[in-house]
Ligand binder design. Sequence first.
Ligand code: GDP
Ligand code: ZN
Length: 292
Amino acid sequence: MPQKQAEGLVIKNYSGFYYVQDKMDNIYECKVRGKVKEKLLSGDRVMFTPLGMRQGILEKVMPRENQLNRPRVANVTRVLVVMACDQPKPDLGLLDRLLFLAEFNRITPYIILNKCDLDIHEHAMQILNYYPGTYKVIKTSARQNIGIDMLGDAISGEIAVFAGPSGVGKSHMLQRLIGQADIRTGEVSAKIGRGKHTTRHVELYPLPQGGWIVDTPGFSVLDMPALKREDLPQYFPDFTAQASDCKFSNCLHYREKECGVKTAVGEHIILSSRYQNYISMLQEVMERERCY
Ligand code: GDP
Ligand code: ZN
């Protein structure tokens, strides 16, 4: 009798084996069937044939929703863009760029304001005042273990990756999240042989609320991807409502007259740094277009 196949998620690749988590949260150490030619990534959804309770044969890779290259991981559904309330003060330019890159990759971004145990820098105030209209904003303190449950809930059922500058507390947050996870998956961690580090592969950590966190920060490459200038505005969802007042339907909100977005900036409906950051990205896109 042929064994029945099951669905699973690749959470780790370690010395020639792929570790596949099934719907019941069991983890199988899988060899890949020879006919599978695709290069597998953590985050890949697969079909596999269980051989007993711990081993299996990986039979097939399902089509990917998306794929990040740094870190190399498939099917990410959440980017947690981390800024600190202070130390370092939030970099609004980087924030807007990371939000754009998330949108461009069709991944839902959340903004995490960590170090909420410190006094709030003016830039962090601006984040709290403006961005919740468009994005979910969560305040945390990895140091004092505040908001980590909320962060876990936000990841529930999702594959999430951290992004943001160094020093904002991403490693500490990861430790907090995984620390909780270890209570539940302690046995599993032992089984998949964590600690014996050889080659560095991206790993997805299963969390207690369900969902997975990628064990390394994302989007370390911040170049603008190849896109046409007229495709940029759609990745700024907070501009959409205002753009209905633009004279031209393909308005770039740049040199045009009668522009709803520029009017909204003048009326402080759109945050002016946000608009300025959009213009810098637009100029970069236009520079690159000239190179084609
Ligand atoms: P990463 O570079 O983003 O991974 O940041 P780290 O996790 O390495 O943290 C950078 C520094 O910020 C360390 O000195 C941490 O102790 C400190 N830190 C992390 N989280 C918090 C927090 O919630 N509050 C405060 N005050 N400091 C924090
Ligand atoms: Zn416009």
